[in-house]
Design a protein around this ligand. Structure first.
Ligand SMILES: [Zn+2]
Ligand SMILES: [Zn+2]
Length: 266
């Protein structure tokens, strides 16, 4: 018998402009794949959006809530209302907080997408050891900052700084990652195993097995997220992600309802 797959807590619909499908399409695809529960987690709208290509506008937010409600009513699978509330220092306590207060979210993902790591290719002459070190230091300081806002439930793609395949030296990670994990643990947040990394230059899950082991030591719960940008990607690589979680000692994951978490076995 196949092991049942866990909930997929990271999906993007076509409101994000770089993704396809609506919540109802994801719910149907999840049911076909044997996934009992999904969270819709489109990017939070920003005022005067610097990245209009990746997120809904503020005017579309009401439609987003409607699409999620409609998917929930079909009964294909459980559908949670989530949001990926990208951390941005100057927006966090004003705009982001007010969007989070404006709907009954089940879970809120916190993530970072801006920085040289996003598209710096391995082999680029800019990517000197000093630059890579600074890029990683800055990234993990921001992750700790994100956690300390207290606004988020789950850290998304926690070590996405390795996205294009530029992996920091192990000794540096051992110095700079644990303090960020301490901040996440203090905030009572979970960290997702984001399986999109298997399909990126990083060629492994976010986060790595080493980071998962440090998380386990701190009692940080996990969720699973495909970061799907098309319904066909729902639950991608979840079998590998479950193996990875078990290798780090995990036997349970966090389940969310109305921003309260409970641990369930997987
Ligand atoms: Zn993201
Ligand atoms: Zn995402």
């Amino acid at each position: 018998m196949n092991t049942p797959l866990p909930a997929d807590y990271h999906t993007h619909t076509r409101l994000c402009r770089h993704a396809g499908g609506l919540p109802i399409d994801y719910a149907r695809a999840a049911a076909d794949r044997g996934i009992p529960e999904i969270a819709c987690t489109d990017h939070i709208p920003f005022p005067n959006d610097p990245h209009p290509s990746i997120r809904m506008t503020q005017a579309e937010f009401a439609a987003y809530l409607d699409h999620v409600r409609e998917a929930r009513e079909t009964g294909f699978c459980q559908v949670l209302l989530g949001i990926e509330a990208d951390y941005q220092r100057d927006l966090v306590h004003g705009h982001i907080q007010s969007v989070l207060d404006s709907a009954d979210f089940d879970l809120v993902l916190g993530s970072l997408h801006t920085g040289p790591f996003w598209d710096l290719s391995p082999g680029d002459p800019t990517a000197t050891p000093e630059f890579v070190e600074q890029m990683n230091r800055t990234y993990y300081l921001r992750m700790a900052e994100l956690a300390r806002t207290g606004l988020y439930d789950v850290c998304s793609h926690f070590d996405i700084v390795k996205r294009t395949g530029i992996h920091a030296p192990a000794a540096l990670l051992a110095e700079i990652v644990p303090p960020a994990l301490d901040a996440v643990a203090d905030a009572g947040m979970a960290i997702e195993i984001n399986t999109s990394g298997f399909d990126h230059g990083a060629a492994e899950a976010y986060p790595s097995l080493q980071i998962l082991s440090w998380m386990k030591e701190r009692g940080i719960p996990i969720t699973f997220g495909s970061d799907s940008h098309d319904p066909s990607q729902i639950g991608r690589h979840f079998e590998k992600a479950m193996e990875l979680a078990r290798a780090a000692g995990y036997t349970s994951r966090a389940a969310f309802r109305r921003r309260k978490k409970a641990l369930v076995p997987f």
